[in-house]
Write a protein that binds this ligand. Structure first.
Ligand code: FAD
Ligand code: SF4
Ligand code: SF4
Length: 440
C-alpha cells in the first residue's frame, strides 16, 4: 500500500475594504455576501466581520468601485507562493458557499403547522395540514409540531395530537386572544428563531395569508401560496406544487436556499386525517408575550362569514349544485336551489356566473373562488375550465350536466349527463322527491 501525500490546501483569504475607494453604491457588497458577514456603516461603507468571512470573493466581484480586495496573512502568502512555484496539484476545496449554505440549512429541523383559531375554535384546514404534514415529517425523519397561539387554547394542543402532531408550541396570553397581525407575527418569529423549523404550513385563509406573508418577510424566506401538492425531494427541499399562469400549468416551486420553507394551502385541498383520541404529545409552553401597547389593532367585534346575510358557506357543504354560464340568467338558479333543497345542499357557481352578477362572489368555486370537497358535486352548464376544476375535482363524486358531449367537465365527472339542463335538473329534482315519498 503506498502512502498518500495529502494535497496542500489553497488559502482563501478574507475580504478587506481599500481606504478611500468605496463610493457607497448602496450596499451591493452586503447583499452579495452568502454568510451575512458584511455590516454597513453610517457612511455607507462596508465593515467585514473577518472571522465569519469564507473568502468566496463575491463582494470583490460585485463592487463597481474595485474597493474590496482579498487579504492574505504573511503565512498564507508564503503558502500561495510555494504552491505557485510547485507542480503539486492543489486540493479542490469544497465550494465554501455551498458548504456554508448546507451548514445553515442543517440548523433547521421539524415540520410545523400553524393551528388557526377564532374564539378558541380551530379552523378545519389546520387539521388537514397536520394530515399532509405527517407525511412530510415522516419522509424527513423529523417531528410534526403544532403551533397554537391564543388565550386559554391549550385544549387545541390536545386536538392537534389527535390529528397527528407529536409536539405543540403554545403561546397562551391575553394579548393573543384575537388574531392581530403584529402580535402573532412577533409570537411566530420568536418561536421560529428559538426552534428553527424546516417547514411551516398555514391555511390559505384570510388569517393564514396575512400571517404567512408577514412572517416570510420578517424571517427573509420564501413563501408559496395556495399549494395543491406538497412533497420532499432527495435534498430535503419541499416541492410546492400550485397552479400558475392563470391555472394553465402546474408549477413546482422550491425554496432551496432559505429556511423555513413556507406554504399556504386552501381549505379542503388536503384530505382530513383520521382523528385518534388518546394520542398524546409534548406541550412546550412558552411565556413569550407582546406588550398590549405595542399592538395598534384592537378587535371590537368578531363577525363570522357564515353569520352574514347570505349565510352560506359552500366549503363545508356535503352537496353542492353549481351553475355556470349555461344557466342563461339569474332567475334560473331557482331550479338549482330546488334540487339543493331536496338534497340539503347549497348552490355554487362558476366564475362566469358570478362575473355576470347571477350569483354572489362567495358562491364561486375554483382557483379564484373556493375550493370544495363535497360528497356530491353537480355541475350544471359548466364547461370545466381548469380554473374551475382545481376548485372541485377532489369531490367524492362529480355529476356533470352539459349539452356539449366534448365539454372538459366530463373528464373529471363520475357520471356525465349529455343533455339540456333545463330538462335534466327538474327531472332529477322530481325523481328525488318521488323517492323520498316512497321512503316515507
Ligand atoms: C386567472 C383566472 C382565474 C379564474 N378563476 C376561476 C374560478 O375560480 N372559477 C371558475 O369557475 N372560473 C374561473 N376562471 C374562468 C374560467 O377560465 C372559465 O372562463 C369559466 O370557468 C367558465 O365558466 P362556465 O363553465 O360557466 O362558462 P362556459 O365556459 O361558457 O361554459 C358554459 C357551458 O354551459 C353549457 N351549456 C349551455 N347551455 C346549456 C344547457 N341548456 N344545458 C346544458 N349545458 C349547457 C355549454 O355547453 C358550456 O359547456 C378563471 C380564469 C382565469 C384566467
Ligand atoms: S469574501 Fe465572500 S464571505 Fe467574505 S465578505 Fe466577501 S462576500 Fe462575504
Ligand atoms: S459594493 Fe463597493 S462601492 Fe458598493 S458599498 Fe460595497 S464597497 Fe462600497
Amino acid at each position: 500500500m503506498s502512502d498518500q501525500i495529502p494535497k496542500p490546501k489553497k488559502p482563501r483569504g478574507v475580504a478587506r475594504l481599500l481606504d478611500g475607494k468605496c463610493i457607497a453604491c448602496g450596499a451591493r457588497c452586503q447583499s452579495s455576501c452568502p454568510v451575512n458577514c458584511i455590516e454597513m456603516a453610517d457612511t455607507g461603507e462596508p465593515i467585514v466581520a473577518t472571522t465569519k468571512c469564507i473568502g468566496c470573493q463575491k463582494c470583490v466581484k460585485i463592487c463597481p468601485a474595485v474597493a474590496i480586495e482579498m487579504y492574505f496573512t504573511p503565512e498564507e502568502q508564503q503558502i500561495l507562493a510555494a504552491l505557485a512555484a510547485s507542480s503539486v496539484p492543489v486540493e479542490d476545496d469544497i465550494d465554501p458557499e455551498a458548504a456554508a449554505l448546507a451548514q445553515k440549512l442543517a440548523e433547521y429541523r421539524g415540520v410545523w403547522v400553524f393551528v388557526e383559531q377564532t374564539e378558541g375554535e380551530a379552523a378545519k384546514v389546520s387539521w388537514e395540514l397536520l394530515g399532509v404534514g405527517a407525511g412530510l415529517a415522516a419522509t424527513l425523519g423529523v417531528e410534526l409540531c403544532a403551533v397554537v397561539i391564543g388565550e386559554h387554547v391549550e385544549s387545541l394542543c390536545h386536538e392537534a395530537f389527535a390529528y397527528g402532531a407529536t409536539k405543540a408550541f403554545l403561546l397562551d396570553a391575553p394579548v393573543f386572544k384575537n388574531y392581530r397581525t403584529e402580535a402573532y407575527v412577533e409570537g411566530c418569529c420568536h418561536l421560529i428563531e428559538a426552534h428553527k423549523p424546516e417547514v411551516i404550513l398555514m391555511g390559505a385563509t384570510g388569517m393564514g395569508r396575512d400571517l404567512a406573508g408577514a412572517i416570510a418577510t420578517r424571517v427573509a424566506t420564501g413563501l408559496t401560496a395556495d399549494c395543491t401538492g406538497l412533497a420532499i425531494d432527495d435534498k430535503r427541499n419541499l416541492m410546492q406544487t400550485r397552479p400558475a399562469f392563470g391555472g394553465n400549468i402546474m408549477a413546482t416551486i422550491m425554496c432551496d436556499k432559505f429556511r423555513p420553507q413556507m406554504s399556504t394551502v386552501r381549505p379542503n385541498v388536503m384530505p382530513m386525517p383520521e382523528r385518534r383520541e388518546g394520542n398524546s404529545g409534548e406541550i412546550i409552553r412558552d411565556p413569550f408575550t407582546v406588550p398590549e401597547d405595542s399592538v395598534l389593532t384592537k378587535v371590537i367585534e368578531i363577525i363570522r362569514d357564515s353569520h352574514g346575510k347570505a349565510g352560506v358557506d359552500i366549503t363545508g357543504a356535503e352537496f353542492i349544485i353549481s351553475g355556470g354560464r349555461g344557466m342563461m340568467g339569474p332567475e334560473n338558479f331557482a331550479l338549482l336551489q330546488e334540487l339543493a333543497d331536496e338534497l340539503d345542499g347549497v348552490v355554487g357557481a362558476s366564475r362566469s356566473a358570478v362575473d355576470a352578477g347571477w350569483m354572489p362572489g362567495d358562491r364561486q368555486v375554483g382557483q379564484t373562488g373556493k375550493t370544495v370537497r363535497p360528497k356530491i358535486y353537480i355541475a350544471c352548464g359548466i364547461s370545466g375550465a381548469i380554473q374551475h376544476l382545481v376548485g372541485m375535482q377532489d369531490s367524492d363524486l362529480v355529476i356533470a350536466i352539459n349539452r356539449d358531449s366534448a365539454a372538459p367537465i366530463f373528464e373529471v365527472a363520475t357520471y356525465g349527463i349529455v343533455g339540456d339542463l333545463f330538462q335534466v335538473v327538474p327531472a332529477l329534482t322530481a325523481k328525488i322527491r318521488e323517492l323520498k315519498r316512497v321512503d316515507k
